[in-house]
Write a protein that binds this ligand. Structure first.
Ligand SMILES: [Zn+2]
Ligand SMILES: [Zn+2]
Ligand SMILES: [Zn+2]
Length: 131
């Protein structure tokens, strides 16, 4: 038996919020969030996200059972009521679309706060985006 905990990605993510101090994008989390650019601490709450997290249904990685998560934070641990498997429901991986300034192709990337350099797979143009 492996003791590795299986993970399921949540389908619900918090909204994008900006740091009130420096306007950088904050990590997609709720609660007390520290801005990675200016270190200001903000308290971010979003009730609809908490409610959707509470009501989210996930399927057990080990059996066909569909479970209601019933926990209003991510990541969280869950135990299947049918096969007793314990697994983890992780945060949703947020992706945003940016368009290449040269050929306008849409690139889907994981935003990280601050400045990022990208290179377009279609036309090899290098450019910067700031979140
Ligand atoms: Zn900031
Ligand atoms: Zn199960
Ligand atoms: Zn391009």
């Amino acid at each position: 038996m492996s003791d590795e905990i299986q993970e399921i990605e949540s389908k619900v993510g918090p909204p994008t919020v900006q740091c009130p101090n420096c306007d950088s994008m904050l990590p997609h989390e709720l609660g007390e969030i520290t801005c990675s650019v200016c270190s200001a601490v903000s308290r971010i709450e979003h009730k609809p996200t908490r409610e959707s997290w509470m009501d989210e249904k996930v399927s057990c990685p080990n059996c066909p059972k569909i479970l209601r998560v019933g926990v209003d934070e991510r990541p969280c641990a869950l135990r299947c009521s049918s096969c007793a498997t314990v697994f983890k429901v992780t945060e949703k991986v947020i992706k945003v679309e940016v368009s290449c300034p040269s050929c306008e192709r849409q690139l889907r990337i994981r935003p990280r706060p601050g400045k990022r350099s990208l290179s377009c797979p279609a036309c090899s143009e290098s450019f910067h985006v700031t979140f």
